[in-house]
Design a protein around this ligand. Structure first.
Ligand SMILES: Nc1ncnc2c1ncn2[C@@H]1O[C@H](COP(=O)(O)OP(=O)(O)OP(=O)(O)O)[C@@H](O)[C@H]1O
Ligand SMILES: [Mg+2]
Length: 439
């Protein structure tokens, strides 16, 4: 977007200055300052020089352009009262501006701030760095940025930098020429070419080896790539969105991530909150994903026992929203009408001493509530039996005959035990399909 009026302004002043270009330079400068833990004198001099150049470039814009720039800057920075508005209103305002959420759910202020930054960044081609713990919605946010920009009907290409072996990295990203290396039987284009005119999402960018970082930097600077084994430079017009769950600043200080690449990628920086920072939204997320799972699995929405609900509201969710979502799908699939603690994955299930016992699908007694030792023993043994059967069914994908063979048990006795615990083998068959179908 060039704002200057070619006719009204001397070309010598405006030829290299564009509004988007200026914003990008300002953002790089801001990002440099934001991430600098300590600046030495030469660095301060360098930044001052950059700031002076920027000021001269702004002054080089005609009066009219400066006016437009000032007006749009006022538009871009919302008044303080807007920032402080209630979260629901902020979400509502995004909706009224036809913002595309791509299913991003929640009114947490930090999440809304991320969405508001995404809204402003989307129409530009500035690089965006998204950070957040695993499962906080980084890829979803990258899709939000793509969907709200002018490239929305162009390709969105996702690359997991951590999953490509070093030896294949260059060919994956930039493609190769036939015969470039053993096995290169055809010309092949890489992810950057596939993402031409669209967006490339570089996931787990912190895993990119240093050699790959150098090559990526070159693409960011020159907007062109070379296929492995070819001298021909191919122009690529690709918007870059990168994501990481690592602290790239510490990595660049430790020398494992190039500082210049870090500044280049983080012109716009979006940070996503962990689920622990938005605990107040867990009840809403539980019912949101419970409904979603019921719809997808074609079941009635799940009922939760009070103790399971209590667990879900207080659990720590190291895997964040992804973990919560997967849990709700699992519960929806494994439980009948009502899910209980016993339907949780074993590794996160509270210790048996605090578990209630489920008989024929109905909670009957809590081990800790047992009034006699024999009652407590029976309760604990029932619970162990149930967990054993569930784990076994999961391992054999819900085939009772296979489970009977594996446990060397009589099949009808096994059926009887399953009935006693209200366990349906078909639930485990559906579970396997659902997990196989998920990305
Ligand atoms: N705010 C949200 N609202 C609804 N669903 C969400 C939200 N955030 C994340 N999700 C869902 O959680 C799951 C994980 O999200 P995503 O893959 O974007 O996370 P991530 O940060 O990229 O994870 P990882 O670091 O493990 O790659 C997806 O199914 C996504 O749709
Ligand atoms: Mg991801």
């Amino acid at each position: 977007m060039k704002l200057y009026n070619q006719g009204a302004t001397p070309p010598s002043v405006t030829s290299a200055v564009s509004f988007a270009g200026l914003i990008e330079k300002i953002e790089i400068l801001r990002s440099t300052l934001r991430w600098a833990s300590r600046l030495d004198r030469p660095e301060i001099e360098k930044l001052l020089k950059q700031a002076t150049t920027l000021r001269d470039e702004v002054m080089g814009l005609s009066h009219k352009e400066r006016f437009v720039q000032a007006a749009s800057a006022t538009e871009a920075a919302p008044p303080q009262e807007e920032v402080e508005r209630m979260p629901r209103e902020r979400r509502q305002a995004l909706m009224e501006r036809s913002f595309i959420f791509e299913g991003t759910f929640g009114d947490n202020p930090k999440l809304l701030e991320a969405l508001e930054i995404a809204e402003k960044a989307a129409p530009t081609d500035l690089p965006v760095l998204i950070d957040g713990e695993s499962g906080t919605g980084k890829e979803l946010m990258a899709k939000v940025i793509h969907a709200n920009g002018a490239r929305t009907d162009k390709p969105f290409i996702s690359v997991n930098c951590g999953a490509i072996p070093d030896s294949l990295l260059e060919s994956e990203l930039f493609g190769h020429k036939k015969g470039a290396f053993t096995g290169a039987s055809n010309d092949r284009r890489g992810k950057f070419e596939s993402a031409h005119t669209g967006t490339i999402f570089l996931d787990e960018i912190g895993e990119l080896p240093l050699t790959g970082q150098v090559k990526l930097l070159r693409v960011l600077e020159a907007h062109e790539i070379q296929r492995v084994g070819s001298d021909e430079a191919i122009s690529v017009d690709t918007r870059i969105v990168a994501a990481t769950n690592k602290d790239l600043r510490s990595m660049s200080q430790a020398g494992t991530f190039r500082e210049d690449l870090f500044y280049r990628l983080s012109v716009i920086h979006v940070s996503l909150p962990s689920l622990r920072e938005r605990r107040d939204e867990i009840p809403l997320l539980v019912s949101y994903f419970s409904d979603e799972a019921a719809g997808m699995l074609k079941r009635l929405p799940l009922k939760l026992t009070p103790r399971l609900r209590d667990f879900l509201l207080h659990y720590d969710y190291p895997g964040n929203i992804r973990e919560l979502r997967n849990l709700m799908y699992r519960l929806s699939c494994l439980a009948g009408d009502t899910a209980d603690l016993a339907h949780l994955p074993q590794d996160i299930r509270p210790k048996p001493a605090t578990l209630a016992v489920v008989g024929s699908g109905t909670a009957t007694a809590d081990i800790t509530m047992a009034t006699s030792l024999s009652e407590a023993k029976r309760a604990a043994s029932d619970e162990a039996e149930r967990a054993f059967l569930e784990r076994g069914l999961q391992e054999v994908g819900g085939t009772v005959a296979e489970l009977a063979r594996r446990f060397d048990m009589n099949r009808s006795h096994l059926q009887m035990l399953l009935k006693k615990h209200g366990i349906h083998s078909k639930d485990f068959r559906a579970n396997r399909q659902a997990e196989g179908g998920k990305g």
